[in-house]
Design a protein around this ligand. Sequence first.
Ligand code: ZN
Length: 356
Amino acid sequence: MSRRSTKYLKAALTALHYSGASELLSPMTGGLGAILMLHRVVPGKFEGFSPNRILTITPEFLDQTIRQLIEAGFDILSLDEVAARLKEPAKISRPFVAFTLDDAYRDNLEYAAPVFRRYGVPYAVYAPTDYIDGHGDLWWLSLEQAIAKLGHVDCVIDARALSLPSATVAEKDATYHSIYWRLRKTDETVARTITAELCRKAGVDTRHLCRDLVLDWDGLRQLAADPLVTIGAHTQRHYALSKLGAGAARHEMTASIARLEAELRRAVKHFSYPFGDVCSAGQREFDMASELGLTTAVTTRKGVIGARHAASPTALPRVSLNGDYQLLHYTKTLLSGAPFALYDLAKSILPRAIAA
Ligand SMILES: [Zn+2]
């Protein structure tokens, strides 16, 4: 998301909150509950060029969010409990929330686990197995490191030569987002090759990144030993499944599930689609997840969980706890579902305005 759209969304969330509109809309839009999406939980503030800060919240914000949810009367459920509730929506009297963390970053064990334990709150961690092995490619973070070093960025993506300024923080932000979104649309192997080439030009060695930032098998086993934790699969290589042939996509799912089950000696019944947006996971992948017998599978499509999702437990939307929105009133407004309902409404009325 660009800085400008982030600014507009923050303004809209604040307006919804202070106008009381989100609470008025809540009975219509709030649904049964929400699955929250997190990535990293790390103390401190980011300064300057740090486009991936959106993936990080602080332990303090996580603590405040959990406390706020408990005080507001939400049930905080494991994914198995979410699936059970979806089967009997009529029995639901209180809204629910489930916490999920993607990519199995080391900080989940160090900083997030103690907060969840403090409140006895269940959560799920989705682990991409190549990354746990230490050889996954965190290309979105490598790209950030390369652009941080480069004063100008030249590369070719999909036969288009790009020459972008990268001297100031604003230029680096614009260049990062321009390249990142182009790479998100291109072939996964090509995206990683282009990022590796930019790192080479910048003199940045990111081979250690995965080992430094993502849990190894011992760490994952330590996390999994906590009865509050559900470990879910997140493929092997963290490729957008829609970009792969059906056989390769299915293999990414089955091989990662089998590996986690062998390493952790437990059934793995939950899954998160890498990147998870409409371009990265669609009906083909949702069907595959059902055929594999998964209990739930989550996307990064934005939305709260309603009764209709009982029919599609392998295509569940989530609400992002995003590093750019670390204020409790944003979370409360997002959980009301109002922003998503308004977005859907605006999209149906103004398709061209939204697409622009
Ligand atoms: Zn991921």
